[in-house]
Design a binder for this molecule. Structure first.
Ligand code: NDP
Length: 343
């Protein structure tokens, strides 16, 4: 039987999510990859245990995580039952709806029909009465925003979620969504954008300033650019890595030019006494820009490495300048640009 580490709250900082009462760990764990039926259940269990033992109280899911879609929530539901029974109140669990989940006109985007049905399905798969945060996973250009936000409001009022958030909405859409939610009396507490050293759309968009102005927290997803910002690819593409699997990380991104830039970033990280992954996470968290960095992991050792980032979150001006001169804002890293930048 699993007994969480007594020391789990000793080193992880918990940062206030905007102006809400919710505090989130500086590092959170997402279950997009490595929690589908192609991964052994024991490994999924070990990853969740290692995360919680290291103070990661926040687990991020979505209806479609797998493969197949839904299987990550099913696996996590099993882990909640067998490993975390008795610890529900120490956990922040999120889910989302927005991308394709089932066939026909009601299985994706932002209608009330889809969001509420999908939330019910997620709760069932995880064996939960409620999720802590429920998100609109992407902006829907065809459904009135009032309808999508009205569905989020209903999901909270009906007890299915405690808080709501939005993901990959740009500043303009965020302001519109937040105004509607405020009118309804269900504030938006969190925004989930992609953000990392190689993908700075939030800086071009001004989203971080928008969120600060609105008092909303943020959870930066793919802070390691799916693993590019770690030591993993410094000497080529290792067997079994995400880039080798032909899934969401296109190996063409790891050109000779990119690898030499990653090597140069690694030198800067070493001079700071950090691994490249730790420096990339610290960079996203610097100056409270993001409330929490939402990592993925395929090994327990990766989680242990990543949580070490919190030991040094500050940067000198020289370090930031050297990083800026080395890390390219590579548009192809942002697979989610259609939702955020082209609406
Ligand atoms: P990351 O950028 O953190 O990439 C994770 C991958 O990096 C791991 O699977 C692993 O790759 C590698 N890695 C992690 N730590 C280390 C380390 N210390 N050393 C070496 N390699 C390491 O995040 P993800 O792309 O996995 O996304 C994280 C989460 O963000 C998702 O699970 C999901 O919750 C959320 N997300 C949300 C989206 C949205 O639209 N809202 C879209 C995408 C993600 P390998 O597997 O090769 O070992």
């Amino acid at each position: 039987m699993y007994h969480p580490a007594e020391t789990r709250y000793d080193t992880m900082p918990y940062r206030r999510c905007g102006r809400s009462g919710l505090r989130l760990p500086a590092i959170s764990l997402g279950l997009w990859h490595n929690f589908g039926s192609d991964t052994p259940h024991d490994l999924k269990r070990e990853l969740c245990q290692a995360a919680f033992d290291n103070g990661i109280t926040h687990f991020d899911l979505a209806n479609n995580y797998g493969p197949p879609p839904g299987s990550a929530e099913e696996a996590f539901g099993e882990i909640l039952k067998t490993e975390f029974a008795g610890f529900r109140d120490e956990l922040i669990i999120s889910s989302k709806a927005g991308y394709l989940m089932w066939p026909g006109p009601y299985g994706e985007f932002g209608s009330r029909k889809y969001l509420i049905a999908s939330c019910d399905q997620s709760l069932k798969r995880m064996g939960l009465d409620y999720v802590d945060i429920f998100y609109s996973h992407r902006f829907d250009p065809e459904t009135p925003l009032e309808e999508t936000m009205g569905a989020l409001d209903y999901i909270v009022r009906s007890g299915r979620a405690l808080y709501v958030g939005i993901s990959s909405y740009n500043s303009e859409r965020t302001r519109e969504a937040v105004a509607i939610l405020n009118d309804l009396g269900t504030p938006c507490v969190i925004h989930q954008p992609s953000y990392n050293l190689l993908n700075r759309w939030v800086e071009r968009d001004g989203l971080l300033e928008t969120l600060e102005d609105l008092g909303i927290g943020s959870i930066a997803f793919t802070p390691l650019a799916q693993g590019m910002l770690t030591s993993k690819y410094l000497g080529g593409i290792p067997e079994g890595s995400r880039a080798s699997q032909g899934k969401s990380l296109n190996k063409k991104l790891l050109s000779d030019e990119m690898v030499s830039r990653l090597q140069a970033l690694n030198v800067i990280a070493e001079a700071r006494g950090q691994t490249l992954a730790q420096m990339a996470l610290a960079w996203v968290l610097r100056g409270e820009r993001a409330t929490t960095a939402l990592i993925g992991a395929s090994k327990v050792s990766q989680i242990e490495d990543c949580v070490g980032a919190v030991g040094k979150l500050d940067f000198t001006a020289d370090e930031l300048a050297a990083i800026d001169a080395t890390a390219p804002d590579e548009k192809l890293v942002n697979l989610w640009a259609r939702s955020s930048e082209e609406v």
